[in-house]
Design a protein around this ligand. Structure first.
Ligand code: FE2
Ligand code: FE2
Length: 139
């Protein structure tokens, strides 16, 4: 398991790449918490970083979907479905008994996050980036 930004995630749209980078930054914080194997209570930190993750992803998904709407991107519905699935999944994992199973739940979130975010960027987001570039919308 690892959580790291890779150059191949870059889509060539600076603001989007910046936002994706920020998602990885927050993901790394979740990852670091998941690796802590001490006997201290990290409940507040975990809940804090999960809230940060949800808030920032909501901002990012809205930003993407607004861009798609403005430029009539026909893949918007699928993107919206993917985004909603992600939010529900993170919410459902984090609503489980985090207090009792702090490390297990945090690892579960990191696993889901690293799989989902890399494949979503590499497949779905790359498609709209190609569409935008072909239309000359964003250089
Ligand atoms: Fe994205
Ligand atoms: Fe997306």
């Amino acid at each position: 398991m690892s959580f790291q930004w890779k150059d191949r995630y870059a889509l060539g749209i600076p603001e989007i790449d910046r936002q994706h980078g920020k998602l990885f930054e927050i993901g790394t914080k979740v990852y670091d918490l998941a690796l802590l194997n001490d006997s201290y209570d990290h409940y507040d930190e975990i809940m804090g970083v999960l809230q940060e993750l949800l808030d920032y992803t909501e901002y990012h998904f809205n930003y993407e979907e607004e861009l798609m709407k403005t430029h009539n991107y026909d893949g918007i519905e699928q993107q919206h479905k993917d985004h909603s699935f992600y939010v529900l999944k993170i919410k459902s994992i984090s609503s489980k008994d985090i207090d009792e199973n702090q490390q297990k739940t945090t690892i579960e979130i990191v696993d889901f996050l690293s799989d989902w975010i890399s494949s979503h960027i590499l497949l779905s987001d790359r498609n709209y980036a190609t569409f935008f570039k072909e239309k000359g919308i964003i250089a």
